[in-house]
Design a protein around this ligand. Structure first.
Ligand SMILES: [Zn+2]
Length: 369
């Protein structure tokens, strides 16, 4: 074999060893370099928790993806979203159909959270039709209902005002969710940085570069973040029997004291960490640690990872795996590591707290998981 060919051959061999190791989990001692065995160990420790990722968006089934779920003993809550700017997310029915197919192909590894079409809020039969559809989805296995930031930041009423989450039109829907003992997943408002000023150091900054329609700086007429969150709080206060998970740290990502105040005030409220772990990583570690220990029953692990129909599977698996490794290192170990250019100090939370965050809080707050 020529020298060049030999090099290519060994690279291929190493790559295939890596990939097989990832997908099939060899039980023999692996010849991986130390940093690989470190990440292996992180994944194994995570898998031992039988973790639940309570916030993902998955749009296809795939054998390699399923193998990852089985290997990590991982359960996912797949969340549907109505978004009129994306062709796939504009329609609810195909999303429900795909979600059901994914659930049934997952051998118990995926559950689904439905939604309703808020763009129809002004139809005469809006609430009745939304409830009928939601109840049908419950009967098909849905265990939660999502509301999204288009309520409060996009959809307007005929008189030109922004439709808010506490609009009376939604009230019968919230009552219906509570009546069925399901959970409302609320993503209302956005990180502070969406209201500006521009801040390239903010963990969400790149999102607004890619999605400028949600960047409200110097765009008059939009409700303030405070107004939107107050409307969310009205739902909590008016529906004490409704469990609500405020996803993305309840959009209070930079203010643990404010999250704590909400958790104290509203016993029916919990938060998930989806796409906001980065904010916890830039908060002083002692503060985050104390918060997570004090509110260990009120925080659900979620990532906001997605798998779109056109995704490259190997790339996606790499990304999912990296996210789980990073979050495990942050919450469970005392390692110091660099993530997205930031130095992060692991919190080394007690085992019992990790078990709640990675698993049992999701079971408690989203029954049916
Ligand atoms: Zn999400």
């Amino acid at each position: 074999m020529k020298k060049g060919n030999r090099l290519v051959f060994s690279i291929l061999l190493a790559l295939s060893a890596l990939l097989t190791g990832w997908v099939y989990q060899p039980s023999y001692a692996s010849p991986l370099p130390p940093e690989q065995t470190g990440t292996e160990k992180a994944l194994q420790s995570l898998a031992a928790m039988q973790p639940i990722d309570a916030h993902v968006h998955v749009f296809k089934t795939d054998p390699a993806f399923q193998a990852m779920l089985e290997r990590l003993h991982l359960k996912l809550l797949n969340i549907l979203v109505m978004d009129d700017t994306l062709p796939y997310r504009k329609q609810l029915e195909p999303q429900v159909k795909d979600a059901l197919a994914l659930v049934s192909a997952s051998h118990g590894h995926v559950a689904f959270c439905t939604t309703f079409d808020p763009y129809k809020f002004d139809d005469k039969a809006f609430a009745a039709e939304a409830i009928q559809q939601i109840d049908q989805n419950f009967a098909q296995g849905a265990i939660a209902v999502k509301i999204w930031k288009n309520i409060g930041m996009e959809i307007k009423t005929p008189d030109g005002k922004f439709l808010m989450p506490d609009d009376p039109k939604f009230e019968p829907i919230y009552k219906d969710i509570a009546k069925h003992n399901k959970t409302l997943m609320s993503h209302v408002a956005e990180p502070d940085v969406a209201w500006g000023p521009p801040d390239p150091s903010d963990p969400s900054w790149s999102y607004y570069q890619e999605n400028p329609q949600w960047f409200l700086y110097n765009k008059p007429g939009f409700p303030s973040k405070k107004e939107i969150l107050q409307a969310r709080d009205h739902i909590l206060a008016g529906n004490p029997g409704l469990r609500m998970v405020g996803v993305h740290l309840g959009s209070m990502e930079k203010d643990l004291d404010n999250i704590a105040a909400h958790l104290e005030r509203y016993p029916n409220f919990a938060v998930d960490t989806a796409a906001r772990m980065e904010y916890l990583m830039i908060t002083p570690p002692e503060k985050v640690r104390a918060f997570l220990i004090k509110y260990q029953d009120r925080v659900l692990y979620g990532t906001d990872l997605d798998l779109i129909a056109t995704a490259d599977m190997q790339e996606s698996l790499k990304e999912w795996k990296a996210a789980y490794i990073r979050d495990w290192k942050f919450l469970a170990t005392d390692e110091t590591f660099v993530s997205e250019g930031r130095t992060v100090h692991g919190l080394k939370l007690p085992d019992q707290v990790l078990h709640k965050i990675f698993r049992t809080n999701a079971l408690h707050w989203i029954p049916g998981l």
